[in-house]
Design a protein around this ligand. Structure first.
Ligand SMILES: NC(=O)c1ccc[n+]([C@@H]2O[C@H](COP(=O)([O-])OP(=O)(O)OC[C@H]3O[C@@H](n4cnc5c(N)ncnc54)[C@H](OP(=O)(O)O)[C@@H]3O)[C@@H](O)[C@H]2O)c1
Length: 317
């Protein structure tokens, strides 16, 4: 990264999704055990967020392996994120201390502003400027609570503003990247400013996403199958490698041990330029993370749509 610290090239995602009861939280130490298995397999980078409810089990899994003497804290890279209701400058250190308490650790490797959007405790829109939040991020880095700081779901204009007005350059930008949304302009902008891009939801429509209609490429897409057969890999591995070959750190999530093996076994081949271009050609600018219920917020980062969905965070009477 631009501060000289190294980030492992692939990250394990720990967001377990959303159902009618809200964010799905881990049960019966399942995530703790998957994390500990992941470390055995070779995973070194873990992505979480205060809102995911997974910091605690992630921390337990990591600490179990440290206590066993299998790895040292400095071998592991933990990314977590500040939630929207903690955007005031003096709330940032408090929020990170809470995350560290959940994780059972005394620093994180990377702390990200999850969204440029500030909210009040009741989830109504707050006018707090993300540049005020960024000052709080600079504070936590100075305090040693986060080794590096960055942003997530910021658009180009918002990232430009942080570069211009901030005292510390963001080390990383985390955005949605998969074959249906290649984000080439934003990726080029970030990378030309020495900002590492992390790509979330890396499988796009290869995997099922709720009951949404899914455009190509699906997991058996002929273009991906042809590339996969050439290298003796699976199509999910090809898509992860496509990210790595664009210098993007993909963040695949799985709770299945055989897939932990599959998703990290991508470092013994490399795609050719024409293969990268073929996958880029699926781009439709299609987002699976589209919180249109925030689109009247002054710092909403994405294109607006005609019929925004209801806010699942707002408590209904
Ligand atoms: N910054 C943000 O706002 C933001 C937003 C969304 C996500 N994220 C991060 O990105 C991570 C990943 O995102 P995501 O969960 O949306 O998408 P994803 O990793 O692209 O997809 C996850 C799905 O793929 C399946 N899967 C995993 N490996 C597979 C394989 N090799 N073959 C077939 N299916 C496979 C998983 O099922 P099983 O679990 O059953 O294997 C799961 O259903 C999150 O966990 C989170 O850390 C960040």
């Amino acid at each position: 990264m631009n501060n000289g610290i190294k980030m492992p090239a692939v990250a394990f995602g720990t967001y377990l999704g959303f159902d009618q009861n809200g964010v799905v939280t881990p049960k019966n130490h399942e995530l703790r055990d998957v994390v500990s298995k992941a470390i055995d397999i070779g995973w070194r980078h873990f992505d979480t967020a205060a809102i995911y409810g997974t910091e605690q089990e992630l921390g337990e899994g990591v600490r179990m392996k440290i206590d066993d003497g299998n790895v040292k804290r400095e071998d592991i890279f933990i990314t977590t994120k500040l939630w929207n209701t903690k955007h005031k400058r003096d709330q940032v250190a408090q929020a990170l201390r809470e995350s560290l308490k959940n994780l059972g650790l005394n620093y994180v490797d990377l702390y990200l502003i999850h969204w440029p959007i500030g909210l009040n405790e009741d989830n109504s829109h707050s006018a707090v400027d993300y540049m005020e939040t960024w000052r709080g991020m600079e504070d936590v880095q100075k305090l040693g609570l986060a080794k590096s700081i960055g942003v997530s779901n910021f658009n180009k204009g918002q990232l430009e503003r942080v570069l211009k007005e901030g005292s510390v350059k963001p080390a990383a930008l985390q955005i949605e990247v998969h074959p249906q949304i290649t984000q080439s302009e934003l990726v080029d902008f970030a990378q030309s400013n020495d900002i590492v891009v992390m790509g979330y939801s890396p499988f796009g429509s290869l995997v099922n996403r709720y009951d949404m209609p899914l455009p190509p490429p699906r997991i058996d897409d002929p273009v991906l199958v042809e590339i996969a057969e050439k290298y003796g890999k699976t199509t999910p591995q090809v898509v992860l490698r496509w990210a790595v070959d664009r210098n993007i750190v993909p963040i695949p999530k799985t709770m299945k041990v055989h897939r932990l093996e599959e998703n990290i076994n991508i470092f013994d081949f490399k795609l050719q330029k024409d293969e990268i271009d073929k996958i880029n050609a699926f781009d439709k600018g299609l987002r699976y993370t589209l919180p249109s219920f925030w689109q009247s917020h002054p710092f909403y980062p994405f294109e607006k749509i005609d019929k925004p969905i209801d806010d699942p965070f707002l408590k209904k009477e």
